[in-house]
Design a protein around this ligand. Structure first.
Ligand SMILES: [Zn+2]
Ligand SMILES: [Zn+2]
Ligand SMILES: [Zn+2]
Ligand SMILES: [Zn+2]
Length: 130
C-alpha cells in the first residue's frame, strides 16, 4: 500500500504496516470527523490503533505532530469530562488542566493560579452566589 520507502513504517498491534505519513493522514481524517478512536487502516481489519501508538507517532512528526498531540490530549480530556461531571477544564488562558470539584465550595483553584466558579465558570466570586 505504501510506496514511499524513505518514510518510516509503523506496524499496528495486528501487524498491518503502513508508513507514518499514511497513519498520520488517517489519524487527521478521523480526528477532524470528531473521533479519536481509530481502527487499523487495513479496511478488513477491525483492530484498534491505540492512542499510545498514535502519540508515539506524533512525537516523531515534528511541529505539526506536536500540535496534533496537544489537540488529541484535549480531546481525550473532553471525552473524559463529558462522562465525569465532577471534572471541568480550567478557565485560565492557555491552561488545559482539568480540575476536580471540591465538594464543599463551588470555587476551585487550578495549579496555574486561576480561581474560578465550578458552576458558572466565571472568575471566583465566593462567597457570592452565581
Ligand atoms: Zn504510506
Ligand atoms: Zn490491522
Ligand atoms: Zn489552570
Ligand atoms: Zn458561579
Amino acid at each position: 500500500m505504501c510506496y514511499y520507502s524513505n518514510i518510516p513504517i509503523y506496524s499496528n498491534i495486528c501487524g498491518h504496516s503502513f508508513c507514518m505519513d499514511c497513519w498520520i493522514g488517517h489519524f487527521k481524517a478521523s480526528f477532524q470527523s470528531g473521533s479519536i478512536f481509530l481502527s487499523c487502516m487495513n479496511s478488513d481489519c477491525k483492530c484498534p490503533l491505540l492512542v499510545e501508538t498514535i502519540k508515539g507517532m506524533l512525537l516523531l512528526y515534528g511541529e505539526e505532530g506536536m500540535n496534533l498531540q496537544k489537540k488529541l490530549k484535549k480531546k481525550i480530556l473532553e471525552e473524559f469530562i463529558s462522562k465525569n461531571k465532577e471534572y471541568q477544564f480550567c478557565t485560565g488562558v492557555n491552561c488545559d488542566n482539568c480540575i476536580k470539584l471540591n465538594t464543599k465550595v463551588d470555587s476551585v483553584k487550578c495549579t496555574c493560579g486561576k480561581a474560578f466558579c465550578f458552576k458558572c465558570q466565571s472568575d471566583d466570586h465566593y462567597p457570592l452566589k452565581c
